[in-house]
Each structure stands twice: as C-alpha cells, then as structure tokens.
Ligand binder design. Structure first.
Ligand code: SF4
Ligand code: SF4
Length: 158
C-alpha cells in the first residue's frame, strides 16, 4: 500500500517539534536548520504551516538536476535524492517552488524529505496530528494538490 504525508494546516500550532524530530532523525541532533521540514508562520494572520516535499507530479527539482541525483523512484513514485550523485550545484534549491529542497551550510548537503524511509518522525511527534502519514488514495491526492496550489500562490505573494 502506497502512503503519503498529509498536512492539516488548521491543526498546526507552530510548536516546531516536527523540525526537531526531523533533524534528530537525520542528523542525530536538534538542529532545525538541518530539518527537511520547515514551519512557516504568518504572525499577523496567526497561523502556521508545516512544509515538506510535496512530491510534485512534474517535479522541477528533477528537471533541473543534471547528474540525475534528484530522481523519481519508479518503484514507489517518490522523488528521491541520491546523495552520491549530487554535485552540490543547488539548482534544485532554486527550482523548488515550495522551498522544500534546501542547502545545509554546515553539513554541505542538499536537504529534502525522504519520509524517513516510510516512517516519518515528524508525523509521529506532531502533538496535534497536523501531519499525518496516510494511505495514498485519489481523494488524499486531490486534497494535497488543492492545498499545494493554495500554498504556491501564497508563497508567490510574499
Ligand atoms: S523538492 Fe520541491 S520541486 Fe521537488 S518534488 Fe519536492 S516539492 Fe516538488
Ligand atoms: S544540488 Fe545536487 S540534487 Fe540539486 S540539482 Fe544539483 S546535483 Fe541535483
């Protein structure tokens, strides 16, 4: 059964536990800058949104990656990063419309969600279930696409 990470922005309190859990999972320490998930907060409007790779259908990060380090895994359909092939050109960082591929200046590596190999720590730690690891159904995909489209517009305005 195929799974996906679902965001429920209305449930996010902006606590950033997900960022801490992600950096601990991948780097072995609490370093939010090394997190593959980032929480954006709109102070005036009073809401926060956790953002991680949206697994775009036409993934710009894949298109621009010359050495094919960023690629779609045909087995599970996920966009994945092969760190051994990455040359650190940061084209994917420039290309991602959601800011979900970033450069780690300390670890000198591209940071992108890998769903913790199918057991995402962010979803496990989120106290309000703003992040959920759910079955990848047509309706879940539709909800995710609609949310991603709204967010893309919101990011374009700031
Ligand atoms: S890193 Fe960005 S462009 Fe690439 S699949 Fe994820 S959200 Fe889409
Ligand atoms: S930084 Fe790495 S993953 Fe990103 S486009 Fe360049 S080679 Fe590909």
């Amino acid at each position: 059964m195929s799974m996906m990470l679902m965001i429920h922005p209305d449930k996010c309190t902006g606590c950033r536990n997900c960022e801490l859990a992600c950096s601990m999972e991948h780097e072995g320490n609490f370093r939010p800058k090394a997190s593959r998930i980032h929480v954006y907060t709109w102070e005036r409007e009073g809401f926060s949104v956790p953002m991680m790779c949206q697994q775009c259908k036409d993934a710009a990060c894949v298109t621009v990656c010359m050495p094919r380090a960023m690629h779609r895994n045909p087995a599970n359909g996920q966009v994945e990063l092969d760190a051994d092939k990455c040359i650190g050109c940061k084209m994917c960082v420039q290309a991602c419309p959601f800011g979900c591929a970033s450069w780690d200046f300390q670890g000198l590596q591209i940071l992108k969600c890998d769903t913790c190999d199918g057991s995402p720590s962010c979803a496990a730690i989120c106290p309000t279930h703003a992040l959920e690891w759910v079955e990848d159904t047509i309706s879940a995909q539709a909800r995710k696409r609609s949310f991603a489209a709204k967010l893309k517009n919101a990011f374009a305005e700031v």
